[in-house]
Design a protein around this ligand. Structure first.
Ligand code: PAF
Length: 285
């Protein structure tokens, strides 16, 4: 058995801290890939990069209750411990931190982190409390795992920017890396929630990335008015009968502020419901 096949599974906070403290004492650096499990190629690409960035690679798997609204899919969210462990084989993951909800939120828990401005637009406007839950659990994971670097997917663009801001604002000694979206050959952004899609829904879901490509190509052809760019993207969604669109917007790539005129580096972001799934995607102009 190669050393890559042996993954230490840790379920409690004290044990995870002791594991990391011992390694840090030996002068080892630690990379963390935080996930909610239901792993796909997007997660694995973060792990492969994390493997290169530090001596030790830790993956966390925790379906975080505080980032789900009361009517969202917390209970339905896929949990596949054995399948996830199998997918991580041969990547070189050293340890998987898989705490239960009470380990992270013991009775009496009442402290939350809020990144005030960046969490207001886009998904934050439609999922109240979502980013507060994300920022809180990510800060807790950083403190427990004591990582030097943490890796996130750019598919959750707003989440990535919020975590970068939190790390800067709270003087955290951790490097935050955002890695490019991994897509199916069809262009569909990989997501654990794609599992909710029927074949027919999958076809409709392709229009999200196509709408973003249309926006980007109109921008490349000289259209700068964000209203016109957004309209061109929305027409692609309409043609695919994707009617339940939460937003398609162009925002400043760093501040996420609204723009009248788009410039390079802005982000075009979309969220829509297709079948039983709420999907998000984005592209940098
Ligand atoms: O992107 C995710 O999977 C989650 O939001 C994260 C960062 C693991 C926090 O629960």
């Amino acid at each position: 058995m190669s050393s890559q096949d042996v993954i230490t599974v840790i379920e409690d906070v004290a044990e995870m801290k002791a594991y990391s403290n011992a390694l840090r004492k030996e002068g080892k650096s630690i990379a963390l890939v935080p996930t909610m499990g239901a792993l796909h190629e997007g997660h694995l690409s973060l792990m492969r990069e994390g493997r290169k960035r530090a001596d030790i690679l830790v993956v966390s798997i925790f379906v975080n209750p505080t980032q789900f609204g009361p009517s969202e899919d917390y209970n339905k969210y896929m949990r596949d411990r054995e399948g996830d462990l199998e997918k991580m084989k041969n990547i070189g993951v050293d340890a998987v931190f898989m705490p239960g909800p009470d380990e992270i939120y013991p009775p009496g828990f009442q402290t939350y982190v809020q990144v005030e401005e960046l969490e207001k637009p886009l998904c934050g406007a439609l999922r109240p409390g979502h980013f507060r839950g994300v920022a809180t659990v990510v800060l807790k994971l950083f403190n427990i795992v004591k990582a030097d670097v943490a890796l996130f997917g750019q598919k959750d663009y707003q989440q990535w920017k919020i975590i970068e801001r939190m790390a800067r604002d709270l003087n955290l000694d951790i490097e935050i890396l955002g890695l490019p979206i991994v897509r199916e050959e069809t262009g569909l952004a990989m997501s654990s929630r794609n599992a909710y899609l029927s074949d027919q829904d999958t076809q409709r879901a392709l229009s999200l990335s196509r709408a973003l490509l249309e926006v980007k190509s109109q921008f490349a052809n000289g259209t700068c008015k964000t209203e016109s760019l957004v309209d061109s993207g929305k027409r692609v969604l309409e043609r695919a009968s994707v009617e339940d669109v939460d937003y398609l917007e162009i925002r400043d790539g760093e501040t996420l502020q609204n723009k009248h005129e788009a410039t390079g580096g802005d982000v075009a972001a979309v969220a829509a419901r297709v079948g039983g799934a709420r999907l998000i995607d984005n592209i940098i102009l």
